[in-house]
Design a protein around this ligand. Structure first.
Ligand code: ADP
Length: 547
């Protein structure tokens, strides 16, 4: 039987519609950027959209054709935002590259994506000059600055000036409409094991993600907000904020390369920022700076923390001492990235402060558009009782179905449906609050039982003398593996192994208390600011546990 069809306008979901909407309906709303050049740049959504149109013309003049990739090595700033909209909006593909990766990895990624144009901030000129001979696919190198800041000489032949390219065009350009499933952007996973893999987003997936992430139980973005994405635009598209800010017409504040506590605090205060988002490590720096200098936040009300587990001590400090609501969130590159957020339900309103906090410490509930399951090793769904822990799988229109240029499917079948295995191990409670215990490759298996490294880290981080902590598995002759805690002390703080291990008593089952503590001056982080467990395990592979 033929279905009766709806009789609504057919309008493909286009990324350009976001910036068009912002330019028409939030024309004078500001986008403020702290530039690599050092100064503050201000303009509006209207200005941004016009420059994005000119940039789309410039890309076409450079010979770019539909589907070509435009790579970026850039901080959060207005030019980067223009590239987001100009590239995707003109059917090119915006490929944000994490500049903190090793140069060899960057070369590999640019070549794998076959970027035709590479746009980069002044900061990365020396890097690009070094790797350019290896970048066979790149036809045009564009330095994201004005004429005055162009280098007198560069080994990059035909180096183009971004502002000149834009200013040479007339803006007489209409955003094209095309199939909403067309690729809009690519992000590569960091590839802790093996080579990085590309997640290819579409206009449709990006728009659906932008709608859902702006909801009150997600990021909760509004036209009354001033949003400062600390999370870089090269880390899963700054978690979609460049899109959801335009969708709601929120003021955007871009920190550029200035991510230290002092610069961030100044920007938060001067621009009256209400909302932010970032990984726990950046908040460590900002909180320390604000505390040490006895400062506060006058307008900052909410922040999303994700990318790795938000330590409960950090959540409490921000909420109790600074009055900033923390929204703990979980996601991944393969999920555009939003999956779950720890927002309470109506039935939780009357809970005690501690009980509410316990829910906030979890990674939270799915947003509409994502569904999840936890599976046992035979891919059988496990109960949502807050106890059973299993492999977390997800599905939804902004979850990848395959990786760029890879044939093998990453998906698993459960009851006839395809699910994406996240590589995370989690529990889910009856209200749908999901809690990650570990990445499957980071779990500590002691005598057949699992010990959550996140639980151990959260306890250690609550100790006043601890700056940062990582729990890793260490070989043990009897138990296979036992936990070792690697700790960076706060500057000037006194702390012994015995005192720290004593701090675990009563906070966790006795058999889960780490066997040993290694004090170090620094814990290695990945290019997205996560603890590099692989490297730590390597460093401590011959560590002798006491007893
Ligand atoms: P990478 O950092 O490896 O490039 P992602 O940013 O996509 O890639 O990392 C996704 C992973 O980060 C998740 O699978 C999970 O292990 C971890 N993660 C993200 N958010 C959280 C969180 N709130 N708590 C614990 N782990 C998290």
């Amino acid at each position: 039987m033929a279905h009766l069809m709806g009789q609504m306008m057919e309008m493909p979901l286009m990324i350009s519609s976001l910036i068009k909407h912002a330019a028409r309906h939030s024309a004078d709303t500001e986008i403020v950027s702290k530039r690599t050049e050092g100064d503050i740049h201000r303009y509006t959504y209207k200005d941004c959209e016009l420059r994005a149109r000119k940039l789309a013309q410039a890309f076409a003049r450079l010979g770019c054709e539909a589907g070509d990739r435009v790579g970026t090595l850039a901080w959060n700033g207005y030019r980067h935002l223009e590239i987001y909209y100009a590239a995707s909006g003109s059917a090119l593909v915006c490929h944000t590259i994490n500049p903190r990766l090793f140069p060899e990895q960057i070369v590999w990624i640019v070549e794998d994506a076959k970027d035709r144009v590479l746009c980069f901030d002044l900061t990365f000129l020396p890097l690009v000059e070094k790797i350019a001979p290896m970048l066979k696919s790149v036809k045009h190198f564009v330095l994201m600055t004005d004429r005055a800041h162009m280098p007198a000489a560069s080994s990059l032949k035909g180096l183009l000036c971004y502002d000149e390219l834009v200013e040479a065009e007339n803006g007489n350009y209409a955003w094209p409409e095309f199939d909403e499933s067309t690729a809009s952007s690519i992000c590569y996973t960091s590839g802790t094991t093996g080579n990085p893999k590309g997640a290819v987003y579409s206009h449709r997936s990006t728009l659906l993600h932008a709608y859902a992430s702006a909801l009150p139980d997600a990021l909760g973005c509004s036209a009354a907000d001033t949003i400062l994405p600390v999370v870089p635009m090269f880390h899963v598209n700054a978690w979609g904020l460049p899109y959801s800010a335009a969708l709601v017409g929120a003021k955007l504040v871009m920190p550029g390369p200035h991510l230290d506590g002092k610069s961030l605090h100044e920007l938060f205060e001067n621009e009256k920022v209400t909302f932010s988002a970032g990984v726990p490590t950046v908040w460590l720096g900002l909180i320390n700076y604000v505390k040490q200098n006895d400062l506060k936040f006058s307008t900052f009300k909410r922040t999303v923390i994700g990318g790795s587990a938000c330590p409960p001590s950090m959540l409490r400090t921000l909420q109790d001492e600074f009055g900033v609501e923390v929204i703990h969130a979980w996601g991944m590159t393969e999920m555009s990235p939003l999956g779950t957020l720890a927002k309470l339900k109506g039935k939780h309103v009357s809970l005690s402060k501690e009980a509410k906090e316990r829910l906030q410490f979890t990674q939270g509930r799915v947003v509409y558009g994502v569904d999840m399951l936890i599976l046992d090793d035979d891919n059988k769904p496990l109960p949502w009782d807050g106890k059973a822990s299993g492999n977390l799988v997800v599905r939804g229109p902004w979850v990848i179905a395959s990786y760029f240029q890879r044939d093998e499917s990453p998906l698993v079948k459960v009851d006839g449906l395809d699910w994406f295995p996240t590589g995370d191990v989690a529990t889910i409670d009856a209200d749908g609050f999901m809690q990650i215990t570990d990445r499957s490759k980071d779990v500590i298996k002691s005598g057949g039982e699992w010990i959550s490294s996140i639980d151990l880290e959260n306890i250690a981080m609550a100790h006043p003398a601890v700056h940062e902590a990582a729990a890793i598995a260490c070989r043990h002759p009897k138990w296979d593996e036992r936990p070792l805690l690697v700790v960076v002390k706060k500057p000037g703080a006194e702390l012994s192994r015995e005192e720290l291990l004593g701090f675990f008593e009563g906070r966790i089952a006795k058999w889960q208390i780490p066997d040993d503590v290694a004090f170090v001056s620094e814990i290695p982080h990945t290019a997205t600011g996560k603890i590099q467990k692989l490297k730590l395990r390597e460093t401590f592979k011959d560590h002798q546990l006491p007893g």
